[in-house]
Design a protein around this ligand. Structure first.
Ligand SMILES: NC(=O)c1ccc[n+]([C@@H]2O[C@H](COP(=O)([O-])OP(=O)(O)OC[C@H]3O[C@@H](n4cnc5c(N)ncnc54)[C@H](O)[C@@H]3O)[C@@H](O)[C@H]2O)c1
Length: 260
């Protein structure tokens, strides 16, 4: 992709996994990057590894569940870098949720991070773009499980379907401000989130960790797991000028699990 000189992006959940890979890729693309995470230690570590403030990278603590916290993180990014162009609503959690074990609390827990966090990020970014007098790009994490219901993770799948639905309306409602909204939909990516899920599914079934991973790798056309950098490549495209005519879409990057 062409270098994006000096534009500003904020990545939630940027302290590890896919978010870290996105932060690294956007920085390489020429963005100034705010790495926003609940875990400020990992966010600071990633920021330092990319050269810190001098290299156009800051760490910001955020809890995406908390609307005020998300607005504060975006405002801090604008103050530090003097602009704001792209938000990546990437933070998410993925506990398993067998249908008969779902409770009001588990619904609240999953939706507050995976869905509400996207809503607050979309609002905060829209406010910043409009105050700065230009458009921008809103990019949120969906999943292949937000295209097809996945066994054992009903709530997670539901949050990701919700993110796609919200994004379609955001695209229509915010186009008049020059704002596009899209999602990326990864498959099975080698990250701490996926590792924890594979281990949990295996221990629930009394099977080995390798068996747990196999439950998720069956049916991947390319017959391998995804690297976080492969998801970051799609986010780079969605954050850059080559995707200016794309809005309201969910780009599946899953090695061929879901065929639309
Ligand atoms: N790993 C996969 O296979 C996969 C597949 C499809 C979609 N996704 C989605 O991609 C996104 C990133 O997943 P990952 O695998 O890198 O996860 P991960 O668990 O490795 O990293 C998630 C990051 O989000 C942060 N976070 C969690 N809750 C937060 C909160 N309330 N506020 C701010 N930060 C918070 C964590 O501290 C962590 O740094 C998620 O939305 C996930 O649902 C992942």
């Amino acid at each position: 992709m062409s270098k994006v000189s000096g534009k500003v992006a904020l990545v939630t959940g940027g302290g590890q996994g896919i978010g870290q890979a996105i932060a690294e890729r956007l920085h390489a693309d020429g963005f100034k990057v705010a790495i926003a995470d609940l875990n400020i230690d990992t966010a600071e570590k990633v920021a330092a590894s990319l050269g810190g403030k001098a290299a156009g990278v800051i760490a910001v603590q955020v809890n995406v569940v908390d609307r005020d916290s998300v607005f504060a993180a975006v405002e801090r990014t604008v103050t530090q870098f003097g602009g704001f162009d792209v938000i990546i609503n990437n933070a998410g959690i993925a506990p398993s949720s067998p249908i008969e074990e779902i409770t009001p609390e588990s619904i609240e827990e999953l939706f507050s991070v995976n869905f509400n966090g996207v809503v607050w990020g979309t609002q905060a970014a829209t406010k910043a773009f409009r105050a700065l007098g230009h458009g921008g790009k809103i990019i949120s994490a969906a999943s292949q499980a937000g295209h097809v219901g996945n066994p054992g993770i009903a709530l997670y799948s539901a949050t990701k379907f919700a993110v796609r639905g919200f994004t379609q309306t955001a695209a229509k409602d915010l186009a008049k401000y020059g704002i596009t909204a899209n999602t990326f939909a990864p498959g099975i990516v080698k990250t701490p989130l996926m590792e924890n899920l594979a281990k949990k599914v295996a221990s629930d079934a009394g099977m080995s960790e390798a068996w747990g991973w196999e439950q998720f790798t069956k049916g991947i056309t390319l017959e391998r797991l995804s690297e976080p950098s492969e998801v970051a490549g799609i986010v780079s495209f969605l954050a850059g000028p080559d995707s200016d005519y794309i809005t309201g879409q969910s780009i599946v990057v899953d090695g061929g699990m879901v065929f639309n």
